[in-house]
Design a protein around this ligand. Structure first.
Ligand SMILES: [Zn+2]
Length: 122
């Protein structure tokens, strides 16, 4: 199984966001029975985090996987620099590219703009 680290990290951050919401709800509901208060707090959390989770798991903007490598020769300008290459999006897959092309930051931004216009990245 391949894990999209960006999604995974956002998901872990989202769990941290639920901490203060749960705490505030439990303080606010402290006069109630603990079980009832927890059920209501989780209900409030569910109302909010359904939308956050849906974004985390379905957002196309999080779907692009990039590979970063140091000291590459840019395939466009020839500069030796840190290099970037797009590996995978929902409609683009270069995971088994035998001769992957890396680009310097500047050229990779130009290339990304071109891919954005073609709808390969959003
Ligand atoms: Zn370049």
């Amino acid at each position: 199984m391949r894990v999209n680290l960006k999604r995974y990290f956002l998901y872990l951050c989202r769990w941290q966001l639920s901490t203060p919401i749960l705490a505030i709800a439990l303080i606010w509901l402290s006069s109630l029975n603990k079980w009832v208060a927890t059920i209501i707090a989780n209900f409030i959390g569910g109302l909010i985090f359904f939308w956050v989770d849906r974004f985390v798991f379905t957002s196309k903007s999080l779907a692009a996987q990039w590979e970063v490598r140091d000291n590459i020769k840019c395939s466009d300008c020839g500069k030796i620099a840190r290099g970037y290459r797009l590996v995978k999006t929902p409609n683009y897959d270069k995971t088994s590219d035998k001769a992957p092309k890396f680009r310097c930051e500047e050229c990779s931004q130009k290339k990304a703009e071109e891919l954005r216009k073609r709808g390969i990245i959003v």
